[in-house]
Design a protein around this ligand. Structure first.
Ligand code: IPD
Ligand code: CA
Length: 282
């Protein structure tokens, strides 16, 4: 067993991540409760890839607070990357990977699935994750090897292994070229139709919310092609620690920089979905 001092390191980190996520969440909640037209909305990489002043304010708060508490750690945040115009390589040094507001489109429309995501990667692997949904006051948290919690209580995936009894999340994402639209529509058709239609499809509008809802057993699976490392880093630790099986869409090993995810309650369900999905034609 690790010495007491070593065992306390994740605890100190997690406490800080939770406090910072709650404070960023309070900032988002305050803005969310103002009329929708009071947000300044800008488009980034496409007309459906949105950013608001609240995304930027949340990231500034998170970055400053984490740097103050743990100087020397790296930081990859969605809005800093967007401003710089390139994604820095993830090194083996401890690095925060942060989405200050996952579900910006939801935020713009005042649909309550919005989340603050703070992940910590060590040796390029996500090892700690905190995801906070401020409008629902749900705080998901996980440490690699030590399980996942929701508001302090342990969570587990649903254990569903039959596609025809599953509720499955998918997303439209923010790339809408013809190939991507065909990819989404074709795969939704395969999942909702005969011979083994799923109970239903959900799009919560946030990669992190979908992944955490698989972790807590409210969804049985979620798949998407397109999200970024900050959409996955924190939530993937939470899902894994809750017992989820995570792969790429074809069933190959998952990595946060591969821009695709298939997360399912069981390996059997993941394999079934992976065998059904048609690949994106680049
Ligand atoms: C997006 C959301 C959306 C998903 C996209 C993400 P953002 O993140 O998670 O549900 O479909 O792939 O990029 O822009 O709201 O932070
Ligand atoms: Ca975001």
């Amino acid at each position: 067993m690790a010495p007491v001092r070593q065992r306390r390191v994740p605890l100190r980190l997690t406490c800080c991540m939770q406090a910072v996520a709650r404070d960023a969440g309070a900032l988002i909640r305050k803005a969310f409760l103002l009329p929708a037209h009071s947000s300044t909305v800008e488009a980034k990489a496409s007309v459906v890839d949105l950013v608001t002043e609240t995304d930027r304010a949340s990231e500034e708060l998170i970055m400053n607070r984490l740097a103050e508490a743990f100087p020397g750690f790296g930081f990859i945040g969605e809005e800093a990357v967007s401003a710089a115009g390139h994604l820095p390589a993830l090194t083996s040094a401890p690095t925060w990977v942060v989405d200050p507001l996952d579900g910006t489109t939801n935020f713009v429309h005042r649909f309550p699935f919005v989340a603050v995501c703070i992940g910590l990667c060590v040796a390029r692997e996500p090892v700690l994750g905190v995801v906070y949904l401020p409008m629902l006051d749900e705080l998901f948290s996980a440490v690699h090897g030590r399980g996942a919690t929701l508001n302090g209580d342990p969570i587990r995936v649903s254990q569903q292994d039959v596609l025809g009894r599953s509720i499955v999340a998918a997303e439209m994402g923010s790339q809408r070229n013809a190939a991507k639209v065909a990819f989404i529509v074709d795969n939704l058709r395969l999942l909702i139709g005969e011979p083994e239609p799923v109970h239903s499809i959900r799009c919560l509008g946030s990669a992190a919310c979908n992944t955490c809802y698989v972790a807590k057993g409210a969804l049985d699976a979620y798949w998407e092609h397109g999200p970024w490392p900050w959409d996955f880093a924190a939530a993937s630790v939470i899902a894994r620690e809750a017992g989820a099986h995570i792969t790429c869409l074809d069933g190959s090993p998952f990595a946060i920089d591969k821009r695709q995810i298939l997360v399912a309650a069981t390996p059997a369900l993941a394999q079934r979905i992976a065998s059904l999905l048609v690949p994106l034609q680049a």
